[in-house]
Design a protein around this ligand. Structure first.
Ligand SMILES: *Cc1c(COP(=O)(O)O)cnc(C)c1O
Length: 383
């Protein structure tokens, strides 16, 4: 077991605030002719269900193998025109990102560590043989879109504007090779608190007969294909009364990896905190990296180490495992109250939100919503 400070290649060391370059000025704003009225927008934003309501515009940049990145614009949020032979529809050459814009009490709007998302999207693109979008274009697309759709940034407690940058092979071609035409698009969606009735522990199904990723595969890349592979096991989880799936490693089928879309942490009764190491098949979460930093600074032992399922099962039975939580941008930090599979069904602690889980959630949201000091330069001002 090694005690580590986070050494994440994409997240640590890439925070940098004002010195980072943005190409927001390069985005030409072509205003939508169907923008919603103030009253329509207010009705849509009242209690939006995650991912169902979208703003009036989207940011977009087009890439061709010959011309590179061009035509930076903000345009009407509208259906995309694709030939049915567009490569993405056949071979899944696609990557995406997820981050949020938060309104602070003084009306300013900020996002959290967008440089890490830019770097991760470039790493994902490399793996999927897609072109890398320069960081300045990534930041610029976020800034230009949020400024255009500023009225869509909600201001209620725990609300935010969820931003979904994505990139896909748009070329009309059925041959198997990297596309020579690619679209990068950012859409935005106002979201309420992920849990409408407050943060409640979720039940997790540990899936033992499917994997989401393997050595040399695409697990570290944020690509749609990984999600496609997680949907069937996710159905199995629902069928067993669980909200989410936890995957095990594909080599030994004995160690925790992560959930379908969130990283996982285990808190010992001794106060130490562990999360599986970045082994190539785990997605390097920005939230994961931030949680490691905050817990480490608070004086806790934090370990990035393989976590055998058998250890967690035994720990839940004898009390040496106190808390388990998941983390990611959408739901921030989610307590896990129950861990089940075909051959076990265990309650975590007393099934309620643990103290470390609640503390780290509070710390992180405090920084994101401007209630706590941003000591790391993690926040980037958009408006
Ligand atoms: C996006 C994602 C996460 C969480 O990453 P964050 O940067 O914290 O939002 C974790 N696991 C998977 C598989 C993901 O796609």
């Amino acid at each position: 077991m090694s005690t580590t400070t986070p050494t994440s290649a994409t997240a640590a060391g890439t925070d940098g605030g004002p010195v980072r370059e943005s190409a927001a000025h390069a985005f030409e704003v072509r205003a939508s002719d169907t923008a919603r009225s103030d009253a329509e927008r207010a009705a849509l934003m009242e209690a939006p269900v995650f991912g169902t309501v979208f703003t009036d515009h989207m940011a977009r940049v087009t890439w061709t193998a010959d011309g590179g990145w061009r035509d930076h614009r903000v345009e009407k949020h509208a259906p995309l025109q694709l030939n049915p032979a567009a490569a993405v529809l056949h071979y899944g050459q696609e990557v995406f990102e997820g981050l949020k814009a938060y309104q602070h009490a003084d009306g300013s709007v900020w996002t959290f560590r967008p440089w890490a998302n830019a770097a991760r999207m470039a790493a994902s693109a490399r793996r999927l043989a897609l072109p890398e979008l320069p960081e300045a274009d990534f930041l610029g697309s976020i800034e230009a879109l949020v400024r255009t759709d500023a009225a869509w940034v909600p201001s209620g407690a725990e609300t935010s504007l969820y931003l979904r940058p994505f990139m896909f092979a748009s070329e009309t071609f059925l041959g198997v090779r990297p596309a020579r035409e690619v679209e990068y698009v950012v859409i935005a969606s106002p979201v309420g608190p992920y849990f409408s009735s407050g943060v409640k522990p979720v039940a997790i199904w540990v899936v033992q007969d499917y994997h989401r990723a393997g050595p040399g595969g695409t697990g570290f890349a944020k690509c749609g294909g990984n999600y496609a592979a997680s949907l069937l096991p996710q159905q199995e989880a629902y069928a067993h009364g669980c909200e989410q799936v936890c995957f095990l490693d594909a080599v030994t089928n004995t160690e925790l990896e992560e959930l379908g879309g969130m990283n996982v942490f285990v808190v010992g009764a001794d106060g130490s905190v562990s999360t599986p190491p970045l082994n190539g098949s785990i997605l390097e979460g920005v939230t994961r990296s931030s949680v490691l930093t905050l817990l480490g600074e608070a004086g806790r032992e934090v370990h990035e180490r393989p976590i055998p399922l058998a250890e967690v099962r035994a720990g839940l039975e004898d009390g040496s495992v106190a808390e388990v939580f998941a983390c990611g941008t959408a739901a921030v930090v989610t307590p896990i109250g129950r861990l089940a599979s075909g051959d076990f069904d265990l309650t975590v602690g007393d099934g309620e939100t643990g103290a470390v889980t609640a503390w780290v959630r509070d710390q992180l949201t405090g920084i994101q919503y401007g209630r706590a000091e941003d000591r790391h330069g993690w926040m980037h001002r958009l408006i």
